[in-house]
Design a binder for this molecule. Structure first.
Ligand SMILES: Cc1cc2nc3c(=O)[nH]c(=O)nc-3n(C[C@H](O)[C@H](O)[C@H](O)COP(=O)(O)OP(=O)(O)OC[C@H]3O[C@@H](n4cnc5c(N)ncnc54)[C@H](O)[C@@H]3O)c2cc1C
Length: 375
């Protein structure tokens, strides 16, 4: 029986493991490895930050994952040899017939000097908890959300953060005392589409929030409370909220799989240049948004490609990079960005909503994944 080893149990790894168990139980055995003991949806970090959700309530324990032909191991991957398909962890080693790298994107806070000691972030669970406490004591001044690199996970998330910050201060009766600005390296909030970018700019503008484009923030001057921009300018703040520089995890950079920081793959089936080695999710170099919906859709294609090859068939439906990303708009309403990266000659995206119905859809999105992966 072929042994499939999946590194990383995020959106991609969980969906791949589930689909393999559904379609190939009895034909492959699968080992799913993650260094954590639980999975958290990216958007749950906003619930911890703004809705006071306790951390424990948004963590979904891997101990609940129970699927035919699947074994979960809580171990940290310490080296990957893609030629030999050999993986070493802090607890042992694995030889895979088919290896899938789904280790996501890591954050490099140190890439922005001053950020760790002088800023807050909500892209990690501990970061969201800390920012929630800092926010509770913040009642006036200038908040700067700084996007510190590109690409970053979930392109709408910095703007969601800004819209929800607006609500937070409105609810506390302090909105007039707080300035909120977003600065980033992109010329527009969502560079692939003028229309969606304009909708974001309109939503921000209606709430008195400015987007400052083309800003490459290099470091924070924590004495002066100023973000130093690469062109020599600086942006003052009283509270700096950073979207950290994203990188492939070091173990992937050390493995020879990456080129230019991320792992190149065939767009159609997510195969790397190494035989029987795939990479899927945020870790890939595909020119598209890094988001859970795309990671899980790509994982389904990897499962189908594995099944097709085992059965001597061709993959029927190649990966198209199509998905809907939900976006909190404040006031309990949610919008979605419908994106299609590879279905046509150019990527396309459009904004639907915001509405209360889409807020209900987002709840449904999370609960179906919870039931499918952990049920
Ligand atoms: C604030 C925020 C909001 C978001 N909102 C949305 C949204 O509304 N919709 C959406 O689609 N996406 C959203 N995202 C993005 C989404 O969370 C990611 O794009 C998605 O998780 C990527 O899936 P992945 O499987 O590639 O990687 P991940 O889900 O990051 O999984 C990678 C896994 O690898 C593990 N790992 C890493 N290194 C090692 C190692 N050395 N050893 C062992 N294990 C390791 C990690 O523990 C992790 O579990 C949001 C993200 C954030 C931060």
């Amino acid at each position: 029986m072929k042994h499939v080893v999946i590194l990383g149990a995020g959106f991609a790894g969980l969906e791949l493991a589930t689909r393999l168990s559904e379609s190939l139980a009895g034909e492959v055995r699968t080992t799913l490895i993650d260094g954590n003991d639980s999975f958290t949806f990216g958007f749950s970090k906003l619930d911890v930050l703004f809705k006071g959700e306790p951390k424990a309530d948004v963590q979904l324990p891997y101990a609940d994952v129970s699927k035919e032909g699947l074994e979960f191991r809580q171990e940290r991957v310490t080296s990957i040899d893609p030629e030999a398909r050999r993986v070493t962890t802090d607890a042992g080693s694995y030889d895979a017939d088919i290896l899938v790298v789904a280790l996501g994107a890591a954050y490099d806070l140190a890439a922005t000097p001053g950020f760790e000691e002088g800023g807050v972030e909500y892209y990690s669970l501990p970061g969201a908890e800390r920012m929630r406490d800092v926010l509770a004591d913040f009642d006036s001044g200038r908040i700067l959300i700084g996007i510190l690199g590109h690409p970053f996970k979930c392109p709408p998330a910095p703007f969601e953060g800004a819209l929800l910050l607006h609500d937070h201060f409105v609810e506390r009766g302090l909105r007039d005392a707080v300035e909120i600005r977003v600065a980033g390296p992109m010329a527009a909030p969502v560079p692939i589409t003028k229309e969606v970018s304009q909708s974001f700019l309109d939503a921000l503008g209606e709430r008195g929030i400015e987007y400052i484009p083309n800003q490459h923030i290099a470091e924070l001057d924590t004495q002066e409370n100023e973000a130093r921009v690469a062109d020599g300018e600086s942006i003052p703040y009283d509270l700096f909220v950073g979207i950290p520089v994203h990188r492939a995890p070091q173990v992937v950079l050390d493995s020879g799989l990456a080129d230019g920081g991320w792992v190149p793959v065939e767009r159609t089936n997510l195969a790397t240049r190494f035989p029987e080695v795939y990479a899927v999710g945020d870790i890939t170099a595909l020119p598209m948004a890094k988001a859970g919906v795309f990671a899980e859709a790509a994982a389904r294609v990897v499962a189908d490609d594995i099944a097709a090859r085992l059965h001597g068939e061709e993959l029927e439906q190649p990966y198209e990079g199509i998905g809907n990303c939900y976006l909190e708009f404040g006031g309990g309403a949610v919008a979605k960005v419908e994106a299609n990266f590879f279905g046509g000659p150019e990527p396309t995206a459009r904004l639907v909503g915001p509405s209360r119905e889409l807020a209900a859809d987002k709840v449904e999105f999370a609960s179906t994944r919870r039931a499918r992966w952990f049920g």
